[in-house]
Design a protein around this ligand. Structure first.
Ligand code: TYD
Length: 208
């Protein structure tokens, strides 16, 4: 069986993890061996880098450092986990991928989309998602959902303005690449979102 690579994107608090678990059950029913991973993280080295990136104490981190660390964590994840799994015909679902860097570092931090792609090219090689689901949510709603958590990480502590740029950046990205990036209203009920995702994946599998 040919592998499939699916990514889930969206602002903080959009409900990606819930949808990933539901999609995993569906793909398992379809006969796939499913591998779930998350960014930044998913390998021992990438999880260590995640610890640096999200540590709320590191307020002095430069946007450039941030960009390179996300790319470094990604390079290890692709080389060690995503690449081999996709090549072995598995279904890989990743909670975030390079689109997160494009939006958070390229657009919200203002480093530029082209810079982000050029830094990430060596990290991702030829592995781009077959389909990406953008769980679209107003920045205010995402932040409010996250505020119920005990402690906010370094990125979640960013201003509302930053999170607005993230939400807007995702919309722009999805408009530019509607073939791959499917936008879903994350304020809809969980079951409705799940049915929409399954429908798109079904279409994709039927066509491959
Ligand atoms: P995480 O706890 O996984 O957030 P969420 O539950 O919202 O997915 O933390 C990941 C954070 O890192 C999130 O705020 C988005 C940010 N991020 C980037 O800024 N650039 C990236 O390339 C990636 C993968 C994540």
């Amino acid at each position: 069986m040919k592998g499939i690579f699916i990514t889930m994107e969206g602002p903080d608090g959009a409900g990606k993890s819930t949808q990933i678990e539901l999609l995993k059950s569906y793909l398992t029913e379809q006969g796939f061996e499913v591998l779930i991973t998350r960014e930044p993280g998913g390998t021992v080295i990438s999880e260590a880098v995640r610890g640096v990136l999200l540590n709320p104490e590191y307020k002095e981190m430069k946007p450039e450092t941030e960009l390179l660390l996300y790319a470094a964590a990604r390079a290890q994840l692709v080389g060690e986990v995503i690449g081999p799994a996709a090549d072995a015909g598995k279904a890989v679902i990743s909670d975030r991928f390079v689109d997160s860097s494009v939006v958070y570092q390229g657009i919200a931090r203002g480093l530029g989309v082209e810079t982000v792609y050029s830094v990430n090219r060596p990290a991702i090689g030829e592995y781009m998602p077959d389909v990406t689901f953008l769980l679209d949510l107003p920045a205010e709603v995402g932040i409010a959902r996250k505020k119920n958590q005990a402690e906010l990480d370094r990125m979640e502590q960013e201003s509302l303005d930053f999170h607005r740029k993230v939400a807007e950046g995702y919309r722009t990205l999805a408009e530019r690449d509607p073939e791959r990036i499917k936008t879903i209203d994350a304020t809809l009920p969980v079951d409705t979102i799940c049915d929409m995702i399954k429908g798109k994946v079904r279409t994709l599998l039927a066509g491959s």
